[in-house]
Write a protein that binds this ligand. Structure first.
Ligand code: ATR
Length: 294
Protein backbone atom coordinates (compact mmCIF):
# COMPACT_ATOMS: atom_id res chain seq x y z
CA UNK A 1 0.00 0.00 0.00
CA UNK A 2 1.36 3.47 -0.80
CA UNK A 3 0.46 7.01 0.02
CA UNK A 4 0.05 8.39 -3.51
CA UNK A 5 0.57 12.01 -2.56
CA UNK A 6 4.14 11.31 -1.45
CA UNK A 7 4.71 7.91 -3.04
CA UNK A 8 5.96 6.50 0.25
CA UNK A 9 4.74 3.22 1.71
CA UNK A 10 2.15 3.74 4.43
CA UNK A 11 3.78 2.51 7.64
CA UNK A 12 2.18 -0.58 9.07
CA UNK A 13 2.58 -1.95 12.57
CA UNK A 14 0.60 -4.22 14.88
CA UNK A 15 0.52 -6.24 18.04
CA UNK A 16 1.84 -9.79 17.93
CA UNK A 17 0.51 -12.32 20.42
CA UNK A 18 -1.45 -15.53 20.96
CA UNK A 19 -4.23 -14.94 21.64
CA UNK A 20 -4.35 -11.29 20.67
CA UNK A 21 -8.07 -10.56 20.28
CA UNK A 22 -8.21 -8.97 23.75
CA UNK A 23 -5.42 -6.46 23.05
CA UNK A 24 -6.34 -2.77 23.45
CA UNK A 25 -3.28 -1.67 21.47
CA UNK A 26 -5.19 -1.19 18.16
CA UNK A 27 -7.55 1.20 19.98
CA UNK A 28 -4.63 3.21 21.37
CA UNK A 29 -2.70 3.48 18.11
CA UNK A 30 -5.86 3.99 16.05
CA UNK A 31 -6.80 6.88 18.32
CA UNK A 32 -3.41 8.53 17.85
CA UNK A 33 -3.33 7.98 14.07
CA UNK A 34 -6.68 9.77 13.81
CA UNK A 35 -5.74 12.49 16.27
CA UNK A 36 -2.51 13.39 14.47
CA UNK A 37 -3.99 12.87 10.98
CA UNK A 38 -1.31 10.34 10.06
CA UNK A 39 -1.30 7.71 7.36
CA UNK A 40 -0.70 4.36 9.00
CA UNK A 41 -2.14 1.02 9.96
CA UNK A 42 -2.05 -0.91 13.20
CA UNK A 43 -3.48 -4.44 13.33
CA UNK A 44 -3.80 -7.43 15.59
CA UNK A 45 -1.35 -10.11 14.41
CA UNK A 46 -2.16 -13.54 15.83
CA UNK A 47 0.86 -15.82 15.52
CA UNK A 48 0.38 -19.53 16.18
CA UNK A 49 3.08 -20.85 18.56
CA UNK A 50 4.08 -23.43 15.97
CA UNK A 51 4.93 -20.62 13.54
CA UNK A 52 6.44 -18.10 15.94
CA UNK A 53 10.10 -18.84 15.28
CA UNK A 54 9.68 -18.54 11.51
CA UNK A 55 7.54 -15.42 11.94
CA UNK A 56 10.21 -13.55 13.91
CA UNK A 57 12.99 -14.82 11.63
CA UNK A 58 11.09 -13.36 8.67
CA UNK A 59 10.07 -10.12 10.35
CA UNK A 60 12.63 -7.97 8.50
CA UNK A 61 10.96 -8.89 5.20
CA UNK A 62 7.36 -8.73 6.43
CA UNK A 63 6.72 -5.17 5.29
CA UNK A 64 5.96 -4.14 8.87
CA UNK A 65 7.65 -0.99 10.16
CA UNK A 66 7.62 -2.59 13.58
CA UNK A 67 5.32 -4.09 16.18
CA UNK A 68 4.34 -4.47 19.77
CA UNK A 69 4.83 -7.90 21.25
CA UNK A 70 2.63 -9.36 23.95
CA UNK A 71 2.20 -12.68 25.75
CA UNK A 72 3.70 -15.24 25.10
CA UNK A 73 6.34 -13.84 22.73
CA UNK A 74 8.31 -11.15 24.58
CA UNK A 75 11.30 -13.47 25.15
CA UNK A 76 11.18 -14.95 21.64
CA UNK A 77 11.13 -11.45 20.15
CA UNK A 78 14.20 -10.49 22.20
CA UNK A 79 16.07 -13.52 20.87
CA UNK A 80 15.17 -12.62 17.27
CA UNK A 81 16.50 -9.04 17.45
CA UNK A 82 19.74 -7.90 15.83
CA UNK A 83 19.99 -4.99 18.27
CA UNK A 84 18.66 -4.76 21.84
CA UNK A 85 18.85 -1.63 23.95
CA UNK A 86 20.17 -2.00 27.52
CA UNK A 87 16.66 -2.26 28.99
CA UNK A 88 15.63 -5.11 26.72
CA UNK A 89 19.01 -6.76 27.21
CA UNK A 90 18.65 -6.65 31.01
CA UNK A 91 15.07 -7.95 31.00
CA UNK A 92 15.54 -10.51 28.21
CA UNK A 93 12.11 -9.42 26.97
CA UNK A 94 10.99 -7.09 24.18
CA UNK A 95 7.58 -5.49 23.74
CA UNK A 96 8.46 -3.05 20.95
CA UNK A 97 10.16 -3.86 17.63
CA UNK A 98 11.25 -1.61 14.79
CA UNK A 99 13.36 -1.91 11.67
CA UNK A 100 16.32 0.44 11.39
CA UNK A 101 18.86 0.20 8.56
CA UNK A 102 17.45 -3.22 7.74
CA UNK A 103 18.11 -4.52 11.24
CA UNK A 104 15.52 -5.68 13.77
CA UNK A 105 15.70 -3.52 16.91
CA UNK A 106 13.96 -4.20 20.22
CA UNK A 107 13.26 -2.39 23.45
CA UNK A 108 11.05 -2.85 26.47
CA UNK A 109 8.71 0.08 27.03
CA UNK A 110 6.94 -1.57 29.99
CA UNK A 111 9.63 0.04 32.16
CA UNK A 112 9.22 3.54 30.75
CA UNK A 113 5.44 3.07 30.62
CA UNK A 114 5.31 2.22 34.32
CA UNK A 115 7.52 5.19 35.23
CA UNK A 116 5.83 7.68 32.88
CA UNK A 117 2.42 6.80 34.32
CA UNK A 118 3.60 7.60 37.85
CA UNK A 119 5.35 10.79 36.66
CA UNK A 120 2.03 11.91 35.15
CA UNK A 121 -0.31 10.77 37.95
CA UNK A 122 1.87 11.53 40.99
CA UNK A 123 4.49 14.14 40.03
CA UNK A 124 7.52 14.01 42.33
CA UNK A 125 6.66 10.47 43.47
CA UNK A 126 10.31 9.35 43.22
CA UNK A 127 11.88 12.30 45.07
CA UNK A 128 14.04 10.99 47.87
CA UNK A 129 13.85 7.31 46.90
CA UNK A 130 13.58 4.95 49.86
CA UNK A 131 12.16 1.43 50.07
CA UNK A 132 9.73 0.06 47.49
CA UNK A 133 7.54 -3.04 47.82
CA UNK A 134 6.47 -4.98 44.74
CA UNK A 135 3.83 -7.72 45.05
CA UNK A 136 4.27 -10.52 42.49
CA UNK A 137 7.12 -11.82 40.38
CA UNK A 138 5.78 -12.37 36.85
CA UNK A 139 6.69 -10.59 33.63
CA UNK A 140 5.21 -7.25 34.67
CA UNK A 141 7.08 -7.35 37.98
CA UNK A 142 10.38 -7.60 36.09
CA UNK A 143 9.81 -4.26 34.36
CA UNK A 144 8.49 -2.61 37.55
CA UNK A 145 11.42 -3.74 39.71
CA UNK A 146 13.95 -2.68 37.11
CA UNK A 147 12.32 0.74 36.78
CA UNK A 148 12.09 1.37 40.54
CA UNK A 149 15.76 0.56 41.03
CA UNK A 150 16.71 2.77 38.07
CA UNK A 151 14.87 5.68 39.73
CA UNK A 152 16.92 5.21 42.90
CA UNK A 153 14.56 3.22 45.14
CA UNK A 154 16.44 0.94 47.52
CA UNK A 155 15.86 -1.62 48.76
CA UNK A 156 13.32 -2.93 46.24
CA UNK A 157 11.46 -5.71 48.05
CA UNK A 158 9.84 -8.39 45.87
CA UNK A 159 7.09 -10.23 47.73
CA UNK A 160 5.78 -13.37 46.08
CA UNK A 161 3.98 -16.62 46.87
CA UNK A 162 6.72 -18.59 45.08
CA UNK A 163 10.04 -17.64 46.64
CA UNK A 164 12.29 -18.74 43.75
CA UNK A 165 10.46 -16.43 41.34
CA UNK A 166 10.84 -13.54 43.81
CA UNK A 167 14.59 -14.14 43.89
CA UNK A 168 14.88 -14.16 40.10
CA UNK A 169 13.02 -10.86 39.82
CA UNK A 170 14.84 -9.23 42.77
CA UNK A 171 18.11 -9.91 40.94
CA UNK A 172 17.03 -7.37 38.29
CA UNK A 173 17.10 -4.50 40.80
CA UNK A 174 20.42 -2.75 40.34
CA UNK A 175 21.34 0.56 41.94
CA UNK A 176 22.85 3.36 39.89
CA UNK A 177 26.34 2.13 40.77
CA UNK A 178 25.42 -1.38 39.64
CA UNK A 179 25.11 -3.07 43.02
CA UNK A 180 22.10 -5.22 43.84
CA UNK A 181 19.25 -3.49 45.72
CA UNK A 182 16.65 -6.26 45.29
CA UNK A 183 15.40 -8.44 48.17
CA UNK A 184 13.11 -11.47 47.94
CA UNK A 185 10.39 -12.21 50.50
CA UNK A 186 7.28 -14.26 51.20
CA UNK A 187 3.92 -12.65 52.07
CA UNK A 188 4.52 -13.40 55.79
CA UNK A 189 7.10 -10.58 55.84
CA UNK A 190 4.82 -8.02 54.23
CA UNK A 191 3.64 -6.12 57.36
CA UNK A 192 7.16 -5.08 58.40
CA UNK A 193 8.10 -4.23 54.82
CA UNK A 194 5.03 -2.02 54.41
CA UNK A 195 5.95 -0.07 57.55
CA UNK A 196 8.99 1.43 55.79
CA UNK A 197 7.71 1.56 52.19
CA UNK A 198 7.63 4.74 50.09
CA UNK A 199 5.91 2.96 47.17
CA UNK A 200 3.71 -0.16 46.98
CA UNK A 201 3.03 -1.79 43.59
CA UNK A 202 0.72 -4.73 42.90
CA UNK A 203 1.82 -6.70 39.84
CA UNK A 204 -0.14 -9.87 40.63
CA UNK A 205 -3.37 -10.63 38.85
CA UNK A 206 -5.17 -10.59 42.21
CA UNK A 207 -7.82 -7.90 42.45
CA UNK A 208 -8.61 -8.20 38.74
CA UNK A 209 -12.26 -8.82 37.86
CA UNK A 210 -12.65 -12.61 37.74
CA UNK A 211 -9.51 -13.33 39.83
CA UNK A 212 -9.24 -13.83 43.55
CA UNK A 213 -8.97 -10.91 45.97
CA UNK A 214 -5.62 -9.40 46.97
CA UNK A 215 -5.66 -9.70 50.73
CA UNK A 216 -3.29 -7.00 52.00
CA UNK A 217 -3.73 -5.11 55.27
CA UNK A 218 -2.48 -1.59 54.57
CA UNK A 219 -2.48 -0.46 58.20
CA UNK A 220 1.35 -0.50 58.65
CA UNK A 221 1.89 1.57 55.45
CA UNK A 222 2.83 5.26 55.92
CA UNK A 223 -0.04 7.49 54.78
CA UNK A 224 2.12 9.35 52.26
CA UNK A 225 3.37 6.21 50.45
CA UNK A 226 2.27 5.93 46.81
CA UNK A 227 0.10 2.90 46.00
CA UNK A 228 -0.26 1.70 42.41
CA UNK A 229 -1.65 -1.38 40.70
CA UNK A 230 -1.00 -2.70 37.22
CA UNK A 231 -4.50 -4.22 37.14
CA UNK A 232 -6.97 -1.91 35.32
CA UNK A 233 -10.17 -3.95 35.29
CA UNK A 234 -11.55 -2.63 37.55
CA UNK A 235 -10.01 0.82 36.98
CA UNK A 236 -9.99 1.29 40.74
CA UNK A 237 -9.00 -2.03 42.29
CA UNK A 238 -9.94 -2.83 45.91
CA UNK A 239 -6.27 -2.16 46.81
CA UNK A 240 -6.40 1.33 45.31
CA UNK A 241 -9.79 2.04 46.88
CA UNK A 242 -8.49 1.02 50.33
CA UNK A 243 -5.36 3.15 49.87
CA UNK A 244 -7.34 6.18 48.73
CA UNK A 245 -9.72 5.83 51.68
CA UNK A 246 -6.83 6.09 54.17
CA UNK A 247 -5.37 9.09 52.35
CA UNK A 248 -2.51 7.55 50.37
CA UNK A 249 -1.70 8.93 46.92
CA UNK A 250 -2.76 6.37 44.28
CA UNK A 251 -2.21 5.74 40.56
CA UNK A 252 -4.25 3.33 38.42
CA UNK A 253 -2.85 0.72 36.06
CA UNK A 254 -4.43 1.79 32.77
CA UNK A 255 -1.90 4.62 32.41
CA UNK A 256 0.99 2.13 32.22
CA UNK A 257 -0.65 0.48 29.22
CA UNK A 258 -1.20 3.84 27.51
CA UNK A 259 2.28 5.21 28.23
CA UNK A 260 4.10 2.03 27.15
CA UNK A 261 2.54 2.44 23.70
CA UNK A 262 3.94 5.90 22.99
CA UNK A 263 7.60 5.14 22.11
CA UNK A 264 6.58 2.52 19.53
CA UNK A 265 4.10 4.91 17.91
CA UNK A 266 6.88 7.51 17.65
CA UNK A 267 9.22 4.99 15.97
CA UNK A 268 6.71 3.78 13.39
CA UNK A 269 4.60 6.84 12.66
CA UNK A 270 6.96 9.74 13.43
CA UNK A 271 5.15 11.65 16.19
CA UNK A 272 5.63 11.20 19.93
CA UNK A 273 1.98 11.04 21.02
CA UNK A 274 0.33 12.45 24.09
CA UNK A 275 -1.50 10.38 26.71
CA UNK A 276 -4.45 12.65 27.40
CA UNK A 277 -7.99 12.40 28.74
CA UNK A 278 -9.42 11.66 25.28
CA UNK A 279 -7.19 8.59 24.99
CA UNK A 280 -8.26 7.38 28.43
CA UNK A 281 -11.92 7.80 27.42
CA UNK A 282 -11.41 5.97 24.10
CA UNK A 283 -9.83 2.97 25.80
CA UNK A 284 -12.19 2.93 28.78
CA UNK A 285 -15.11 2.78 26.34
CA UNK A 286 -13.78 -0.62 25.16
CA UNK A 287 -13.43 -2.11 28.65
CA UNK A 288 -16.06 -4.48 30.07
CA UNK A 289 -18.71 -3.03 32.42
CA UNK A 290 -16.92 -4.48 35.47
CA UNK A 291 -14.07 -2.01 34.82
CA UNK A 292 -16.28 0.71 36.32
CA UNK A 293 -15.50 4.39 35.81
CA UNK A 294 -12.63 6.61 36.82
P1 ATR B 1 2.50 -11.42 34.41
O1 ATR B 1 3.60 -11.96 33.56
O2 ATR B 1 1.38 -10.81 33.63
O3 ATR B 1 2.99 -10.49 35.48
P2 ATR B 1 2.33 -14.03 35.73
O4 ATR B 1 3.64 -14.45 35.27
O5 ATR B 1 1.22 -14.98 35.55
O6 ATR B 1 1.80 -12.65 35.11
O7 ATR B 1 2.47 -13.63 37.28
C1 ATR B 1 1.38 -13.50 38.05
C2 ATR B 1 1.83 -13.15 39.48
O8 ATR B 1 0.69 -13.19 40.30
C3 ATR B 1 2.86 -14.11 40.06
O9 ATR B 1 3.71 -13.41 40.92
C4 ATR B 1 1.97 -15.08 40.86
O10 ATR B 1 2.61 -15.70 41.95
P3 ATR B 1 3.50 -17.06 41.74
O11 ATR B 1 4.81 -16.63 41.16
O12 ATR B 1 3.64 -17.61 43.10
O13 ATR B 1 2.71 -17.93 40.81
C5 ATR B 1 0.94 -14.11 41.39
N1 ATR B 1 -0.30 -14.79 41.74
C6 ATR B 1 -1.26 -15.26 40.91
N2 ATR B 1 -2.25 -15.85 41.61
C7 ATR B 1 -1.91 -15.76 42.94
C8 ATR B 1 -2.52 -16.17 44.17
N3 ATR B 1 -3.70 -16.79 44.19
N4 ATR B 1 -1.87 -15.88 45.32
C9 ATR B 1 -0.67 -15.25 45.33
N5 ATR B 1 -0.03 -14.85 44.19
C10 ATR B 1 -0.64 -15.09 43.02
Amino acid sequence: MTDRSENRPIPRAGVIGWPVAHSRSPVIHGHWLARYGLQGRYDRIAVDPAEAEAFFAGFRDSGLAGANVTVPYKEAAAKACDVLDPLAEALGAVNTLWIEDGRLNGTNTDVTGFLANLDAEAPGWDAGGGAAVVLGAGGAARAVVYGLAARGFAPVHVVNRTRARAEAVAALAKGRDGHSVGRAHGFDELPQLLARARVLVNTTSLGMAGSGPLDVDLSPLPHDALVTDIVYVPLETPLLAAARLRGNPVAGGLGMLLHQAAPGFARWFGVFPEVDEALYEAVIATLPPEAGRR
